[in-house]
Write a protein that binds this ligand. Structure first.
Ligand code: B12
Length: 211
């Protein structure tokens, strides 16, 4: 674990953070390890926010740094290239929630692993998920959210998909750091995950492939 990177992110030193990531990638450290380090730094920032030692502007800045890091890491992730797509995924952050850093990591990793991913963005209304299922015919729908209040939006989205008669056509995963089995049961989803590995595993399982 690079404490240097955590220090730079938590200290809001964007240029330093990006330079450290560049050096780490050049020295052969796996891109997924670099992403994990950055994620760890974001949770340090989250804990500081909880304790009143960091405030919203710091969280926003941290988010910007994290996005910059994802951009740097992306070209280092090797996927199956132009091979036929392994499956179709529709994903978005549910209504009322604008956290997208974790979702974007999931989108990035699904993309480089050969899935066709349709990212609906943040604060996504239930109907937009329903419409996207009609349009893109995904096997998998990912509902992302980091706020506890996102659970109600996730449930409303699953209900709307069912009301539109589309529930049998898709597998639905709910995710984000606070997701667990209880959240899955509450929302009526088919699976849950609190990290990108879980998202990849579920998607592979539901599209008949290997993670
Ligand atoms: C950065 C941040 C923000 C930024 C978001 C910027 C952005 N573009 O996303 C800003 C400043 C906007 C923000 C705003 C708020 N935030 Co905020 N935020 C965070 C923080 C510090 C980091 C989150 C993050 O990006 N982590 C880095 C990513 C890479 O890690 P990750 O999310 O774990 O990612 C993995 C999983 O989520 C998973 N995953 C994600 N999506 C999916 C989907 C599927 C299907 C699966 C399987 C997996 C999966 O895979 C990802 C990759 O491994 C967290 C604290 C924390 N420790 O999480 C608080 C936190 C989430 N925020 C919180 C709060 C309270 C807020 C605000 C309400 C604050 C306020 N008073 O205004 C607002 C809400 C705005 C809204 N309506 O959404 C609370 C939530 C508490 C709760 N129980 O609801 C937290 C936990 C902070 C805290 N400890 O209090 N926030």
């Amino acid at each position: 674990m690079s404490n240097e990177l955590t220090d730079a992110i938590v200290g809001m030193r964007e240029d330093d953070a990006l330079a450290i990531v560049g050096r780490e990638l050049d020295s052969g450290i796996a891109p997924t390890v670099v992403l994990d380090e950055a994620k760890e730094a974001m949770s340090v920032l989250g804990k500081r926010f909880e304790c009143g030692d960091a405030f919203i502007p710091e969280l926003i800045m941290g988010g910007e740094i994290m996005k910059g890091i994802s951009e740097l890491v992306k070209p280092h992730l090797r996927g199956p290239g132009d091979a036929a797509k392994r499956g179709v995924v529709v994903i978005g952050t549910v209504r009322g929630d604008i956290h997208d850093i974790g979702k974007d990591v999931v989108v990035l990793m699904l993309d480089v692993n050969g899935y066709e991913v349709h990212d609906l963005g943040v604060d996504v209304p239930t109907q937009a998920f329903v419409d996207a299922i009609g349009q893109f015919k995904p096997q998998v729908v990912g509902l992302s959210g980091l706020l506890t209040l996102a659970f109600d939006s996730m449930k409303a989205t699953v209900d709307a998909i069912a009301a539109a008669g589309l529930r049998d056509r898709v597998k639905i995963m709910v995710g984000g750091a606070p997701a667990d089995r209880q959240v899955q049961d509450y929302t009526g989803a088919d699976g849950w995950g609190s990290d990108v590995a879980a998202a990849l595993n579920l998607t592979a399982q539901w599209t008949g492939g290997e993670a």
